[in-house]
Design a protein around this ligand. Structure first.
Ligand code: HEC
Length: 117
């Protein structure tokens, strides 16, 4: 059996320089499958909006309003995705409850997205 050392804890090998929480967030987004839809690192987004370059931008929602891509927006997108859908022809963003993703873990993902820029 080949041992696979998938991630370097200090993050020195990753594309972006990440803090410790940012690195945990990156790992979580891979483990939970977020990155499979949203991309990140050097991965392309497939079926979700691309995270890279999203932080701080204005996004259009399908009720005609706009929202700033910030911590609150990310938290809402994960906890109650139906409350703020992006305009466009997307599939449904799955909802992650606290028993699937704790508030602490979500906070790490928020740091990761901020550091992705
Ligand atoms: C099956 C694919 C899929 C997975 C897995 C997934 N998402 Fe999404 N996500 C989407 C789609 C599609 C949208 C856009 C539609 C919408 O707004 O609901 C979205 C929207 C979002 C948004 C708003 C993005 C924006 O650009 O406005 C955030 C933030 C987000 N997801 C975070 C996450 C996180 C964090 C995880 C993992 C815990 C995750 N997603 C897992 C498909 C996915």
């Amino acid at each position: 059996m080949t041992a696979v050392v998938a991630f370097v804890a200090c993050g020195s090998d990753s594309a972006a320089e990440l803090s410790a929480p940012g690195e945990r967030g990156r790992q979580l987004s891979t483990d939970l499958g977020c990155a499979g839809c949203h991309g990140g690192d050097d991965r392309e987004a497939t079926i979700g909006p691309d995270w890279t370059g999203s932080w701080g931008t204005e996004v259009e929602l399908d009720d005609g309003s706009t929202a700033t891509f910030d911590a609150l927006y990310v938290e809402r997108s994960v906890r109650s995705p139906d409350a703020q859908r992006r305009t466009g022809d997307w599939i449904r963003m799955p909802e992650y409850r606290a028993d699937q993703l704790t508030d602490d873990e979500l906070a790490d993902i928020v740091v990761y997205l901020e550091e992705l820029g």
